[in-house]
Design a protein around this ligand. Structure first.
Ligand code: PEP
Length: 251
C-alpha cells in the first residue's frame, strides 16, 4: 500500500480566456493550498496558448503547471505541434499524454502515446499517461484488457523509465458525464495497473496512480482514500477555484 503524497492535477481542456484564467488563479492562490492542502501536490494544465501567462502567475507558488499534450518530436516540420523543449522553457513540470479525447478525436494510438511519454521524459517533464475503457468495453468485460494494453505500450517503450511516470485511470464513460466509477471499481482497476507496473519495475509502489472522471468535492475523499488511488486528474471541477481547492483538500 502506498503512502505517498497525493497529486491533484487540473485539466482545463479547451476552456478559459486570459481574464477567466486570471480569476481562477486568483481563487486558487486565495485558497492557499500549500497551507490548506498540505497532503497534495497540485498542478494545472491550461491550453498551450495560456501556458506562459499561467506559468508566470503561478511562479513561486505551490501550484505547478503542465500541458494537455506534447509532441513526440523534438523540432521540425510538424505544423501545430508543441515540443518538449518549448514546454520546458515555460517552466512546466507535467505533460498529459493519451487523454481519451486525444485518442478518440485525434486518432492517437497506444504507440504514439508511449512515444509522447518518452519525449516528455527526455525533456524533463513528467508524463501523466491516461488510460481508460469505454462503456462498451466495460460492459464487454474488457476493462482490464484495454487499460492493460494501453499501459503495456508505455512500459515496453520506456523500459526502466516507467518508474518516472504518473498514470491516470480515466474511464471514458465517467469523463464529463457526472458518472463516477465507484471507489471500489476504481480501486480494482488501479490495483491491476499497480500489479502490471510491478512486473516492470521494483518502484511500482511509488508510481502515482490518479483517478479521473467526474471527481467532485463530494466524492473525492472516498476515492482518494482507496489504497491504490494516489490523487486525481480533474476536468470540469478544475474550472471552479472553490471546487478544485476542495478536491485538493480532500487529499
Ligand atoms: C478529464 O477529462 O481529465 C476529466 C477527468 O474530466 P471530468 O473531471 O470533467 O470528468
Amino acid at each position: 500500500m502506498s503512502v505517498m503524497k497525493k497529486l491533484v492535477v487540473g485539466n482545463w481542456k479547451m476552456h478559459g480566456s486570459r481574464a477567466f484564467n486570471a480569476e481562477l488563479i486568483q481563487g486558487l492562490l486565495v485558497a492557499d493550498l500549500a497551507t490548506t492542502a498540505p497532503n497534495a501536490d497540485v498542478a494545472v494544465c491550461p491550453p498551450f496558448v495560456f501556458l506562459a501567462d499561467v506559468a508566470d502567475a503561478l511562479q513561486g507558488t505551490a501550484i505547478a503547471v503542465g500541458t494537455q499534450d506534447i509532441s513526440a518530436q523534438t523540432q521540425g516540420a510538424y505544423t501545430g505541434e508543441v515540443a518538449g523543449p518549448m514546454i520546458r522553457e515555460f517552466g512546466a513540470t507535467y505533460a498529459i499524454v493519451g487523454h481519451s479525447e486525444r485518442r478518440s478525436y485525434h486518432g492517437e494510438s497506444d504507440q504514439l502515446v508511449a512515444d509522447k511519454a518518452k519525449a516528455a521524459l527526455a525533456h524533463g517533464l513528467v508524463p501523466i499517461v491516461c488510460v481508460g475503457e469505454t462503456l462498451a468495453e466495460r460492459e464487454a468485460n474488457q476493462t482490464e484488457a484495454v487499460v492493460g494494453r494501453q499501459l503495456q505500450a508505455v512500459i515496453d517503450t520506456l523500459g526502466a523509465d516507467i518508474a518516472r511516470v504518473v498514470v491516470a485511470y480515466e474511464p471514458v464513460w465517467a469523463i464529463g458525464t457526472g458518472k463516477t466509477a465507484s471507489p471500489a471499481q476504481a480501486q480494482a482497476v488501479h490495483a491491476g495497473l499497480r500489479a502490471q507496473l510491478a512486473q516492470a519495475t521494483s518502484s511500482a509502489a511509488d508510481i502515482p496512480l490518479l483517478y479521473g472522471g467526474s471527481v467532485k468535492p463530494d466524492n473525492a475523499v472516498e476515492l482518494f482514500s482507496q489504497p491504490d488511488i494516489n490523487g486525481g486528474l480533474i476536468g470540469g471541477a478544475a474550472l471552479k477555484a472553490a471546487d478544485f481547492a476542495a478536491i485538493a483538500r480532500a487529499a
